[in-house]
Design a protein around this ligand. Structure first.
Ligand SMILES: [Zn+2]
Length: 801
């Protein structure tokens, strides 16, 4: 069966948030009965080939079954109505601001069925012809450009859109509201920002990035972007980061509109998000996975390409640093749990589909693609990708199709290597040990619970010895490198490989001695591997802390950010442990003195992001520092963007309960980037009433409901707020879950919070969550519980160290 097209005629009563719809499906070779997905709507009438189909259809369990369908081609017309519910920010929802709202859709993976009856499966690609009648003063945005806007009866307006490209249902977009637009052109494509009134003047930066990367992608892929326009829509309430609706990308507001207070880190983040979504216009939209078990292919590819393309646009940004910090290191951490899943995973139900939108699908997959590109070479990789896109455009494909294509272009055993990495869960630890006058490398699966586990991967391995770079495919249990001792080896230089390296004590001593000679990415790689081994109990805490304080001597952005992130985690898990307290003095304070509060002349401009991360931590462990910075809060608007979070945090920490009112006053008129900083600060308070009131504030409807993510994550970083945070989760669980409307994002926030606020109450946590709320988030919760156990053991180990 084939769905050729959906003709959607929607009458939208904006004020009442009601939709009356008539959808006509043009079907080739219909199945019998025809089963469509239709949820949260009333189906009023069905016609088949123009004929009323009165009792020949039924509804049950989210399905609309149309019986006695004629064989061959036919049209099915469905009349339905739906009401937009107020509580959620997912599906067709109200994205609220200043007493007003925009009515918008966010449909991945399986919410299209709540907007119109459809075959809600990525393999059923169709053309969408949208016509919307609504109030006169409103703008309507969809995937393709409007063909005409004409008067309709009752003083209303009809918006008729050009046919969309042939695409999957989850990529459909409709947005209605008082959008303000701003435009630039990129070759034949018009790039248009759309955001709430008064903000479009700040969209210029992202429009510029989008225009540049769109053309870079066209050149790289060798296929032009097929639509005459691309919208970038900034939304005041948004449940994740962004969504790649074809021709109408939606995102959180600060990813489209760069406000005055945005720091370098905020600006880079927004650029990454948009470059990621634009990659999906090819990977995901033009060529789509056959089924959700290959979702990772979309996400990994976009996560990899966003770095590759932004590196072209901003060669001085040290882009692969961001790749390590936000894709590689976090996904290794996530993949080290026994309850991890393979990149390619069998999924059936909607809940299962959602639960694979995680660090494995994005970060690990992207890291494997980077490893593969390094293995086959850039030119062969690109050639393989281009052939794949050309072959499957406007259609669907599987991971294997891409490997075959790259195997062909490179002549290397890509299918075998990729097959192993995507189907096998976890990743290897390569142990380097002395063997006579040489070294022995052996591999096994790394588990953060410290248990030995078998496993062999075909590792494209690279190593440096005596200044020379060598590479080989390491696909056995063990191998010998003759004539080179472990102390003069460095494995995985440049961190293109997805494996951790464990050296012997003597080799660590040698690495410590030449640590200053290593590339910053390699320094960060070593401390990142040691962080895994510390959690697993595979190295002595002294070894880890020795390297952590070594990192404190280098004002290099990636080293500072990696190490200070780890120390922030240690503080959240075991702030009273002696080695952790000592590390504040050994790491934070010398670095704070070196980096200083203001940029020095000629300093690496990338250091701004490190300054922001570092100073925010330092104010929480050093009172004198906090007192000094907190005074600047009085003139917050004048504070340099990179220091805003540190200043706000200092103010909250120093002033306790009396900080709440002035900070919330500021919050209510602040942009989202500033709000994020103020929330992080408020939830860092030592006064528990402040933490609790802040958590309540973000779900109460007075501020954007998507702000709740900032406060839940923020509170979980505060070691004094464990009980407050957990009690709040128990008390407000159903409300918070309701806001996310069943989206995975809710479970991901809990996954950040529970392994920390659950410390010391694991039994209570498990019985609350597994009691009546387990199933829909089961896969994610299992990992959350395991992470809680890992943190509990780490805490005990550090307290007795
Ligand atoms: Zn994506």
């Amino acid at each position: 069966m084939e769905i050729v097209s959906y003709d959607l005629n929607l009458d939208v009563d904006f004020a009442a948030a009601k939709v009356k719809g008539v959808v006509t499906l043009t079907i080739g070779r219909s199945e019998e009965p025809l089963t469509l997905d239709a949820v949260e709507m009333d189906v009023e009438a069905v016609r088949v080939n123009g004929e009323p189909w009165r009792s020949r259809f039924d509804r049950s369990k989210g399905k609309l079954r149309i019986l006695r369908m004629p064989k061959g081609d036919s049209t099915v017309e469905i009349h339905y109505s739906k009401r937009v519910i107020d509580g959620t920010i997912f599906g067709l929802y109200k994205s609220k601001y200043d007493g007003n709202y925009m009515l918008v859709t966010d449909l991945e993976p399986a919410e299209a069925r709540t907007v119109f009856p459809c075959k809600d499966d990525p393999a059923f690609k169709a053309v969408f012809n949208l016509r919307v009648v609504t109030d006169e003063h409103l703008k309507v945005i969809s995937n393709s450009a409007a063909k005409s806007v004409e008067p309709a009866p009752g003083g209303r307006v009809l918006h008729v859109f050009n046919p969309s490209p042939r695409m999957s249902t989850y990529l459909f977009f409709m947005g209605i509201g008082d959008f303000e637009e701003s435009k630039v052109s990129a070759g034949k494509t018009e790039i248009i920002s759309a955001s709430r009134p008064g903000t479009s003047k700040n969209a210029g930066f992202i429009l510029g990035i989008a225009a540049q990367v769109l053309r870079d992608y066209e050149r790289y892929f060798g296929i032009p972007y097929p639509l005459p326009k691309l919208h970038l829509i900034g939304l005041p309430e948004y449940h994740t980061g962004a969504m790649e609706n074809w021709g109408a990308i939606t995102a959180r507001e600060p990813y489209v509109v760069i406000e005055k207070g945005a720091s370098l880190s905020d600006i880079r983040h927004a650029s990454f998000v948009m470059t990621h979504e634009i990659a999906h216009m090819w990977f995901g939209d033009l060529v789509t996975m056959k089924w959700w078990d290959d979702l990772w292919l979309n996400e990994s590819f976009a996560a990899f390409m966003e770095h590759k393309m932004l590196n072209r646009a901003h060669p001085n940004w040290d882009i692969w640093r961001d790749f390590l910090l936000s894709e590689n290191f976090p996904s290794m951490n996530a993949d080290s749990l026994a309850g991890t899943h393979p990149i390619q995973v069998k999924v059936g139900t909607v809940n299962e589909i959602q639960q694979v939108f995680d660090a494995i699908s994005y970060g690990k997959g992207a890291s494997i693609l980077r490893m593969m590109e390094a293995y086959v070479g850039e030119a062969a990789f690109r050639k393989g990708v281009n052939a794949y896109l050309r072959r499957f455009r406007y259609s669907n494909a599987r991971g294997e199709d891409l490997w075959k294509s790259i195997a062909k272009s490179s002549g290397k055993p890509v299918s075998r290597v990729m097959g192993a990495w995507v189907k096998q869960k976890g990743f290897p630890v390569v142990k380097v040990s002395t063997k006579g006058k040489g070294s022995e490398l052996s591999q096994s699966r790394f588990l953060v619970n410290g248990k030995e586990s078998k496993g062999t991967w075909p590792i494209p391995l690279t190593y440096q010895s005596e200044g020379k770079l060598r590479s080989l495919l390491f696909d056995r249990k063990a191998l010998i490198i003759k004539g080179t001792r472990p102390s003069s080896l460095l494995l995985n230089p440049g961190r293109t490989g997805f494996y951790a390296t464990l050296y012997e004590e003597e080799a660590y001593n040698a690495i410590a001695r030449r640590f200053h000679t290593l590339h910053p990415h390699d320094k960060a790689g070593i401390i990142s591997d040691l962080w895994l081994f510390l959690q697993a109990g595979m190295v002595k805490p002294e070894t880890y802390f020795r390297f952590l304080s070594l990192c404190g001597r280098f004002a290099e952005a990636i080293v500072v950010e990696t190490a200070s992130g780890q120390l922030a985690s240690l503080r959240a898990i075991a702030d009273e442990a002696q080695p952790v307290k000592r590390a504040y003095g050994d790491f934070f304070l010398p670095l704070a003195a070196t980096i200083g509060l203001a940029p020095k002349q000629g300093e690496d401009p990338n250091l701004g992001t490190a300054r922001e991360a570092l100073m925010t931590q330092v104010v929480q462990v050093n009172e004198e520092f906090a007192a000094r910075l907190s005074e600047r809060f009085a003139r917050f608007d004048e504070v340099e963007p990179d220091l805003r979070q540190a200043v706000a945090t200092a103010y909250a920490v120093v002033n306790g309960g009396s900080a709440y009112e002035p900070m919330v006053r500021r919050l209510k008129t602040a942009s989202e980037v500033d709000r994020a900083k103020l929330y992080a600060a408020l939830t860092a308070s030592t006064d528990q009433a402040v933490v609790e009131k802040t958590l309540d504030l973000t779900i109460g409807g007075q501020v954007s409901r998507s702000d709740s993510g900032y406060t839940i994550v923020g509170a979980s970083n505060n070691p004094l707020a464990r009980k407050t945070t957990w009690d709040w989760i128990v008390r407000r669980y159903d409300e918070v879950k309701g806001i996310y409307g069943g989206a995975q994002q809710f479970y991901l926030y809990l996954d950040r919070a529970v392994p920390r606020c659950g410390l010391g109450r694991a039994g209570e946590v498990k019985s609350f969550i597994s009691g009546r709320r387990f199933d829909e988030g089961k896969l994610t919760f299992q990992r959350t519980f395991e992470r809680l156990e890992v943190n509990t053991r780490l805490r005990e180990r550090l307290l007795s160290a």
